[in-house]
Design a protein around this ligand. Structure first.
Ligand SMILES: [Zn+2]
Length: 348
């Protein structure tokens, strides 16, 4: 790969990850839900910021849009996670691609969403660091989009694809360039259910790094969606690692879909093969009949601490249903444990 120039973040993170298990934040969506925002709030017609992007589509549910219409609320959520103990917080940009924003008619807002999303997270981190002096990092969150490049959404036409590799590469490129422009320290490609989508995102990242003249650390996180322990595109954790290892990611791991207990065997498999840091951020258990997550902070923390006790992890946090209280409990529970060592270090 052409870009050799690495940012200072690499050195800072490398030093920290030798010392301890790092903490990632929890779920943005769960915190946003508690605000009870209306269509007016989402669209920015109410008390929030007037947004210069307009669409005829309803915006309620477009959580990424809150970066532009309720920036203070988003900043406070990042700040709460930072003060709960997160070393790394994710930007609120999971769906900030032209592909995902097409549902809301907000394709034109994509650059601003990503650049502002990174700036807001940076502001919150700087406020937290001013209080306690701890370094903190902004991970630009890159979601899977709502389309899949390796599977057909039409059962009657298995050869059909709703999106191509190049569509994804271009859309992810816009997103990642926006995140870098806003000052993201890392890029986190997450909730990967289709490895081909992730490969397009990785390709787009390296194109963006080349343009930027420096390489940011990449975090790559897959999602196991079925009981047989495979991603939606059919890969085991081992196959998933071999499909993304060429990106030389800072970390590889698993998030979402499962609670910590059900994630454990898949994480152990990945930790056994991947010669890079391991990151895990499960949901707060499994959703109830209403799609809500009932697992309390201590319950989640006890299970995540088990990952640490078995020396499986280097970075831990929470996905759906996890609050600042979950993150604080996880940070406390893993603190006594040493970070996992790379297989190559153990062999040396
Ligand atoms: Zn999740």
């Amino acid at each position: 790969m052409p870009v050799q120039n690495k940012t200072d973040t690499f050195h800072q993170l490398a030093a920290l990850t030798r010392e301890r298990i790092l903490i990632l934040d929890g779920a943005m969506g769960t915190q946003i839900q508690t605000l009870g925002l209306s269509e007016e709030d989402y669209a920015g017609h109410g008390s929030g910021h007037a947004c210069r992007h307009h669409s005829d589509h309803p915006q309620k549910g477009n959580n990424d849009m809150l970066i532009l219409t309720q920036p203070k609320a988003v900043e406070e959520i990042h700040f709460d996670f930072a003060m709960a103990g997160a070393d790394i917080v994710e930007t609120n940009t999971f769906s900030a691609t032209t592909i995902a924003q097409a549902d809301y008619g907000m394709e034109d807002a994509v650059h601003d969403l990503n650049a502002e999303g990174a700036r807001i997270a940076r502001r919150a981190m700087d406020r937290a660091t001013a209080i306690d002096g701890k370094p903190r990092f902004v991970a630009g969150a890159v979601g899977p989009t709502n389309r899949t490049a390796s599977l057909s959404p039409d059962v009657n036409d298995p050869g059909y694809r709703a999106v191509t590799f190049d569509d994804l590469r271009i859309a992810y490129g816009q997103q990642v360039n926006g995140l870098i422009a806003g000052g993201a320290d890392l890029i986190l490609i997450e909730t990967i259910f289709d490895t081909l989508n992730a490969k397009a995102a990785i390709f787009a990242c390296y194109e963006a790094f080349e343009k930027h003249g420096a390489q940011l650390p990449l975090m790559i996180s897959g999602t196991i969606t079925d009981a047989s322990g495979r991603t939606l595109s059919g890969q085991t954790p081992t196959a998933f690692w071999h499909s993304v290892a060429h990106a030389r990611p800072f970390s590889v791991g698993l998030n979402c879909a499962l609670g910590a207990a059900a994630m454990r065997p898949h994480l152990a498999e990945l930790a056994g093969v991947a010669d890079t840091l391991i990151c895990a951020y499960p949901n707060a258990g499994l959703p109830n009949a209403f799609g809500q997550y009932d697992e309390g902070p201590d319950d989640t923390a006890r299970q995540v601490a088990q990952f640490a006790a078995e020396a499986l992890v280097n970075v831990v946090g929470g996905c759906c249903g996890t609050t600042p209280d979950h993150i604080a409990a996880i940070a406390e529970a893993v603190a006594p444990f040493a970070p996992r060592r790379l297989p190559s270090e153990v062999a040396a």
